[in-house]
Design a binder for this molecule. Structure first.
Ligand SMILES: O=c1ccn([C@@H]2O[C@H](COP(=O)(O)O)[C@@H](O)[C@H]2O)c(=O)[nH]1
Length: 271
């Protein structure tokens, strides 16, 4: 999916919500355990319940690969089930020497046909470039992550006073364009989002950390929205585990709708 189509979906749904499909077998409602593929059945019902409010779905690959071949099968079925006008993100955090990255890119963009994949920048340009060679596909580069440990490296400053995340943004912005690269910027780093936006005014940000991690949607929008919205805000546990009984899908729908309504108000205010 290209940037124009993504922005059109955001406008059409008045939403920049990404639903995280972090489907943990041990957390899905017990009545689904007797299904042939409980993980897919759970995802299917979550997608049916939330697709009116979401412009993106982000399965975190760890939850599927932990289950072995059956997990990869559930992932593929989930990807095939997501409506084609909704942006898909493989949250896989890949990146390796060039020839290996090429095969990671092939796996997620050709074999599985995701729109985008999250990539770690630590190994530099030749580890990221292979992902950028696919038309209408996106690299989502880790820039300033939402976890506590992000300060261990990402906030370290060099002699000229620049934090590492700034170096990552400035350098990597020359590798791709706002048409094929986005950045992960955690909602829990609200005060820093404006700094990131100054460095990369046009790129989309994938923003995890609202909901279960406590980040503020309002603060994210205030500091990070640009003229094409420029934000995909993810919530995983806050939506998919809103309830753990027969009503789990209805509860997920209600949480997704709540976030979409907040997003609609923020889009009206900032765009
Ligand atoms: O900085 C990051 C990068 C990725 N994540 C991932 O996003 C979701 C967040 O899930 P919640 O349940 O909404 O907290 C999850 O897949 C993380 O691995 C992140 O949280 N922070």
């Amino acid at each position: 999916m290209n940037r124009e189509s993504l922005f059109r979906e955001i406008q059409k749904k008045a939403s920049f919500l990404c639903v995280g499909l972090d489907t943990d077998f041990s957390k899905i409602p017990p009545h689904l355990h007797r299904e042939e593929d409980p993980v897919f059945e759970f995802n299917k019902q979550i997608i049916d319940a939330t697709s009116d409010f979401a412009v993106a779905y982000k399965p975190n690959i760890a939850f599927y690969e932990a289950l072995g071949p059956k997990g990869w099968e559930s992932l593929q079925k989930t990807l095939d089930y997501i409506p084609k006008d909704i942006f898909t993100i493989a949250d896989a955090k890949r990146g390796d020497i060039g020839n290996t990255s090429s095969l990671y890119a092939k796996a997620f963009f050709e074999t599985m046909e995701f729109d985008s994949v999250t990539v770690a920048p630590y190994m530099g340009v030749d580890s990221v470039q292979p992902f950028l060679e696919f038309k209408d596909k996106w690299v989502i580069l880790l820039a300033l992550t939402s976890n506590e440990g992000s300060k261990d490296f990402q906030l370290i400053t060099s002699q000229d006073g620049k934090p590492l995340f700034q170096e990552v943004l400035e350098k990597s912005a020359t590798w791709g364009t706002p048409e094929n690269m986005m950045y992960v910027v955690g909602a829990t780093r609200g005060e820093k989002i404006a700094e990131v936006r100054k460095i990369v005014p046009d790129h989309f940000f994938l923003v995890p950390g609202v909901g279960a991690q406590g980040g503020s949607l309002k603060e994210v929008a205030q500091n990070g929205m640009n003229s094409q919205c420029g934000l995909l805000v993810n919530s995983s546990r806050g939506i998919i585990y809103a309830a753990n009984d027969l009503n789990f899908a209805a509860a997920a729908k209600s949480e997704a709708k709540k976030l979409q309504q907040e997003m609609e108000a923020l889009l009206n205010k900032h765009l």
